[in-house]
Design a binder for this molecule. Structure first.
Ligand SMILES: *Cc1c(COP(=O)(O)O)cnc(C)c1O
Length: 367
């Protein structure tokens, strides 16, 4: 444990030792013990979002992008048309996926620091009757912006269309209730707010939509209808499952329940975020987003104007002290990001701030 760095990233992220320990055994993928583990995984996933009775949980091997690709291919029929609401890199990725899968796709775009507007969605749906499905990114991990899910889901439902929700970086922490929010397919993965290890994505799909998805996907492995049929037939995965990842995910879901569910997890992340944001402002790093748009998942900071600042030096100085921040994907604005999710507490962020201050002094920043 002590030789692992702390990951301040949107995933893979810092996991609890119990979660990693759950991987220390072998499982026969077609053995009853693993079939029971898979059943527990599927039940617990549904419960996190209140999907029991209306939705089915369909896990799939791979990272989060695999489940987005499988969902677009399986839920949007070949003659359908997808409208993607995009205000960041993950919205753009969904557009690219639809194109690759041969689906007609339209994009409605906002700047990276602006939320999706439900009124504009309603207008676009009224104007184009060919659109059958709408794709939304709940928390746009590019910036940490939280899109207004309830109002958008209602607009989509009122227009008689189906919503595909990429809830990758929100599921398990931010509130999502499938009983009150009309969502046809919710997509997420094992290694974000669930605090599992990477290796599986999953879809919570409206049971009626799964029935209609048969034969839609042009891919053999990225086919949610076939994957679901496999689980229903014998409780088994169609192709080799990442058995240790499944064991870790089940342990992580038990730990989520023990923590008090998504509500308590969110309050821990909020405390992490608040500690970080207040301390960073004091060190001369303001937040990029308007606070009202920001989810406590990942924080995007503007660098100081001081020319002594270099992100690479900040990254390396923190890595040397055992903290890995997020070096990837800078947005259009000059900025950098620090994740607030994972098995981390406000005390970890207090230590991080001490380290950031030390690196700032090394760089010669005038704070
Ligand atoms: C992480 C993430 C994904 C999936 O990314 P992978 O690298 O394939 O796991 C998709 N959408 C959002 C919003 C994400 O945060």
């Amino acid at each position: 444990m002590s030789d692992s760095p702390l990951l301040l990233t949107p995933g893979p992220l810092t996991t609890r030792v119990e979660t990693r320990r759950a991987m220390m055994r072998d499982w026969g993928s077609r053995d009853p013990a693993f079939i029971a583990l898979t059943a527990e995984l599927r039940e617990r996933l549904l419960k996190v979002a209140g999907g029991e009775g209306t939705h089915v949980a369909i896990p799939l091997q791979g990272s989060g992008t695999f489940i987005v690709e499988a969902a677009v291919a399986s839920i949007v029929p070949p003659e359908g048309k997808l409208l993607v609401l995009a205000n960041g890199a993950y919205g753009e990725r969904m557009i690219e996926i639809a194109r690759r899968m041969g689906r007609a796709v339209e994009a409605l775009r906002w700047a990276e620091d602006r939320p999706v507007e439900p009124g504009a969605v309603a207008y676009a749906l009224a104007a184009d009757r060919d659109i059958t499905h709408v794709g939304l990114i709940h928390c746009e991990t590019t910036t940490g912006l939280l899109n207004p899910l309830q109002a958008i889901a209602q607009a989509v439902s009122d227009a008689g269309r189906s919503l595909i929700l990429d809830a990758m970086s929100s599921f398990g922490a931010l509130p999502i209730d499938l009983q009150t929010t009309p969502v046809t397919a919710l997509l997420a993965s094992s290694n974000k707010c669930l605090e599992g290890v990477p290796g599986i994505g999953f879809a919570l799909v409206d049971a009626l939509a799964v029935g209609k998805a048969k034969g839609n996907s042009p891919s053999l492995s990225l086919d949610l209808a076939a994957q679901h049929q496999g689980f229903e037939a014998n409780g088994q995965w169609r192709f080799t499952p990442p058995v240790q990842v499944v064991a870790a995910a089940v342990e992580a879901l038990r730990l989520l329940e023990a923590e008090g569910g998504p509500r308590m997890r969110l309050s821990r992340y909020q405390a992490n975020f608040d500690t970080l944001a207040v301390g960073m402002l004091r060190l001369g790093f303001p937040l990029y987003l308007d606070p009202g748009l920001q989810a406590p998942i990942i924080a995007t900071f503007l660098p100081p104007t001081d020319r002594a600042f270099a992100f690479e030096r900040l990254y390396a100085g923190l890595a040397q002290r055992g903290f890995l921040i997020y070096p990837g994907k800078l947005t259009q604005a000059e900025s950098f990001r620090i994740g607030c999710i994972g098995a981390l507490e406000p005390a970890d962020f207090a230590r991080l701030l001490v380290a950031i201050e030390a690196v700032a002094v090394e760089m010669g920043l005038s704070a």
